[in-house]
Design a protein around this ligand. Structure first.
Ligand SMILES: [Zn+2]
Length: 485
């Protein structure tokens, strides 16, 4: 139902050149194929200068952008996504994939939510995951805590609303009650020898003095982490930085953060939190969750790769990202968005001629992430009106055709002329180049003989999509020819 990026690319590849430096040999010409020249001996960029470099800020001693952990909440927050209904089999498949990827924690729906949720939680705890610890997320209530600790989880995430909105309209408890109950639940969970996190809910609309007071209290009685949650997605990176930095000065335990994406700040807020000294970031695959979700796993990885690529690569099996996203996308019946971080079908596609030329010379010119780090492939799109002769030359070399630069430029002019009427498929581009090459080699064609080339194309590509009609002039081919070899 949901195309993998490969399948998506398969649709688009007809007009693109795939450039993958990992494979040295050339597959058949009409397929996407590697180009050993792409990197041209250049290594991919070392992201950006360290944040502790010459432009570093005085407060960067707080930063944890090279020391953080993921709490992957697809099986808790993600279960609150509108389309989500995970069977145990699906949950186990996702849990296994996240373990293989290497996230430090997964978080499961409260076993108190339903008998089925409890059974799922117990089953996943028995899977014997290699690396990933299992948490469950409960209300700050002894009844929930008693059920949670019996499931076999490695830790319990406790949450309670602390904003005046939630205190008045949700649970109706005051801060005194919240503090008293929190202490009771925390001490009970700790007595079972498993991890405990205490989080406020709607932290950014809570009174700062209330927040700091309860965080200080739970820190003193020994929680592993306190949690800050932007439950409504209202916070911006500066607010996040300020709150987390303040909290960092108040507690000695770890700080977990949870950001909703209602206003598009979920990744930036996660990054700001790490800069301010947070230690754990909640994510979900593709960002699925309540409303429009939370910090997406892939988006966080993309952001952190720029900050410290070696650290990220040392922790996670990045080639699995696409597979995990496909598993989840299929489970919740959505497509991976075209503009998804890293795995979106055009995330590494270069189209404009000037970009293509620079990318072919050195990918770092227009890429901050290296697709090879994620098992992805770079594409240079060439069958369109914005194409340039450098990109076409790259294709000529892939096809092993002997053409001078003048000839490549001449053939490019014809491709652009045809693409001005209708975007050309990769098959058509290849055919044009082969016909051009053969005609030049046999002496039938010389540079600049545009009309002659037209007649050769007419002769050799009778079903070609080069007809000078305007039926596809809006960019959508009216009828795709399928017969080109
Ligand atoms: Zn949430």
């Amino acid at each position: 139902m949901c195309p993998t990026p490969d399948e998506t690319n398969a649709n688009g590849k007809e007009e693109m050149v795939a450039i993958d430096t990992q494979q040295p040999s050339l597959p058949p010409p009409q397929q996407t194929q590697p180009n050993g020249k792409a990197e041209n001996g250049h290594s991919h960029p070392p992201a950006v200068k360290s944040h502790k470099g010459v432009y570093g800020r005085a407060s960067d001693f707080l930063s944890n952008t090279s020391n953080w952990k993921i709490i992957e909440s697809t099986l808790r927050e993600g279960e609150q996504f509108a389309n989500a209904f995970f069977t145990l089999e699906t949950k186990m498949k996702i849990a296994r994939a996240l373990d293989d990827f290497g996230v430090e924690y997964i978080e499961l729906t409260s076993p108190a939510a339903s008998p089925e949720s409890r059974a799922h939680c117990e089953a996943i705890c028995k899977m014997g995951l290699k690396r990933t610890k299992i948490l469950t997320h409960i209300r700050c209530h002894m009844d929930d805590a008693r059920i949670a600790v019996e499931t076999g989880v490695d830790g319990v995430d406790v949450v309670i609303g602390t904003s005046s909105f939630l205190r008045e309209h949700s649970h109706g408890k005051d801060m005194t009650w919240i503090t008293k109950t929190a202490i009771e639940v925390i001490e009970f969970v700790k007595s079972k020898g498993i991890e405990i996190r205490f989080s406020s809910e709607d932290s950014f609309r809570s009174e700062l003095v209330d927040l700091l007071s309860i965080y200080r209290t739970v820190d003193k009685i020994g929680v592993n982490r306190v949690g800050v949650a932007d439950t409504v997605g209202c916070a911006d990176p500066r607010q996040v930085y300020d709150l987390v930095r303040t909290l960092r000065g108040v507690v000695s335990c770890d700080i977990e953060t949870h950001f909703h994406n209602d206003t598009g700040c979920a990744i930036a807020n996660a990054y700001a939190a790490l800069e301010a000294g947070a230690t754990h970031i909640d994510t979900s695959v593709l960002g699925i969750g309540e409303r429009n979700g939370i910090t997406p796993l892939g988006g966080l990885i993309a952001r952190m790769m720029v900050a410290d690529p070696e650290y990220v690569k040392s922790k996670y099996n990045l080639h699995m990202l696409r597979e995990i996203e496909n598993i989840v996308a299929e489970a919740v019946e959505i497509s991976v968005p075209f503009n998804n971080y890293i795995t979106g079908f055009c995330a590494f596609t270069h189209k404009a001629g000037i970009h293509a030329k620079a990318i072919l010379a050195n990918p770092s010119t227009y890429e901050i992430l290296n697709p090879a780090d994620f098992g992805m492939t770079r594409y240079v799109s060439i069958g369109h009106r914005l194409t340039g002769w450098n990109a076409v030359k790259s294709r000529v070399e892939q096809l092993n055709l002997q053409m001078t630069d003048e000839q490549v430029k001449d053939a490019t002019a014809k491709i652009k002329e045809l693409a001005d009427v209708r975007t050309q498929s990769m098959d058509s581009v290849d055919m044009i180049l082969r016909i051009y090459h053969n005609a030049v080699q046999s002496g039938d064609l010389q540079v600049g003989q545009s009309a002659k080339l037209d007649s050769l194309l007419e002769k050799h590509m009778p079903s070609r999509d080069v007809s000078p009609t305007r039926d596809g002039a809006n960019g959508t081919p009216a009828k795709k020819q399928k017969t080109a070899a």
